[in-house]
Design a protein around this ligand. Sequence first.
Ligand code: HEM
Ligand SMILES: N[C@@H](CC(=O)c1ccccc1NC=O)C(=O)O
Length: 277
Amino acid sequence: MSDAYNPETEGAKMSFATDMSYGDYLGMDAILGAQTPQSSAHDEMLFIIQHQTSELWMRLILHELSAARELMLAGDTAPVFKMLARVARIFEQLNNAWDVLRTMTPSDYTTFRESLGASSGFQSHQYRLIEFMLGNRNTAMMRVHEHRADLLGKLEAELEQPSLYHIALRALERELGVSFDAEVYQMRAPHASNDAVIEAWAQVYRAPSEHWVLYELAEKLVDLEDYFRRWRFNHVTTVERIIGFKRGTGGTSGVKYLRRMLEVELFPELWHVRGVL
Ligand code: HEM
Ligand SMILES: N[C@@H](CC(=O)c1ccccc1NC=O)C(=O)O
């Protein structure tokens, strides 16, 4: 008989015929059954898992942002800071993940790129939902989901709700006793910079101790956008490294399109305010 240590002797439960196990709880059969490479290329598994893990983290981002929005609407800001800090950390996790994908060379990628057809991250509805929630609401991005009423419905439902930034701006109005133009609160357009909003944030930044909660909220949002920008930058750099200036499978110009996306400002006034202090 082997003298290998048997944890059963100290009480480890070994039978899960009728009890919920680790795999049951985590839905491991569904998760580990969801990798279906379209080619026999070795690196396609890396590619699939990289995207699936990213989508799982995005799912958590959406969970945190939804809760943060509810709490902000209820005026309960303390837990919101924790949630926004967590979202920034998740982006950092996604940023670090590029190191794994970067081990794939251009020649590795060409072994299966054709198998991807017209599919592309451009069609990630969770990515679009994150953008919409934060306030970057470019409705032109929704058409790729027209064939999926469920996904389109989620994006449409999001557009019915104020963005997280809208809610922050409402709080700013209340704090300073000011009122922003209605155009600031457009529901179906990317948030555009507004001078009155810059001036309002400037009041907060000139006297942080008098407006501590809003100051902290603003800095959490800047932090989040900072990490999000790094994600976009890592993406475009990895893309250039792997496919150069080829067109994207999603039909865009590829790196040129992604470089344009680097110009997106989620919370423009929070960046512009730095220049007027
Ligand atoms: C070999 C690695 C990758 C390449 C070559 C690549 C390439 C591209 C290209 C060319 C686009 C532009 C749309 C198109 O025409 O296809 C794009 C968009 C996008 N990709 Fe990737 N990508 C890679 C990895 C990833 C990963 C790991 C993610 C994580 C989920 C991701 C998420 C996205 C998203 C969300 C967009 C839309 C961005 C936007 O519209 O602002 N990509 N990608
Ligand atoms: N757009 C990429 C393909 C790609 O990266 C991709 C394909 C399917 C699912 C996710 C992807 N990731 C990001 O766009 C390309 O043009 O090579």
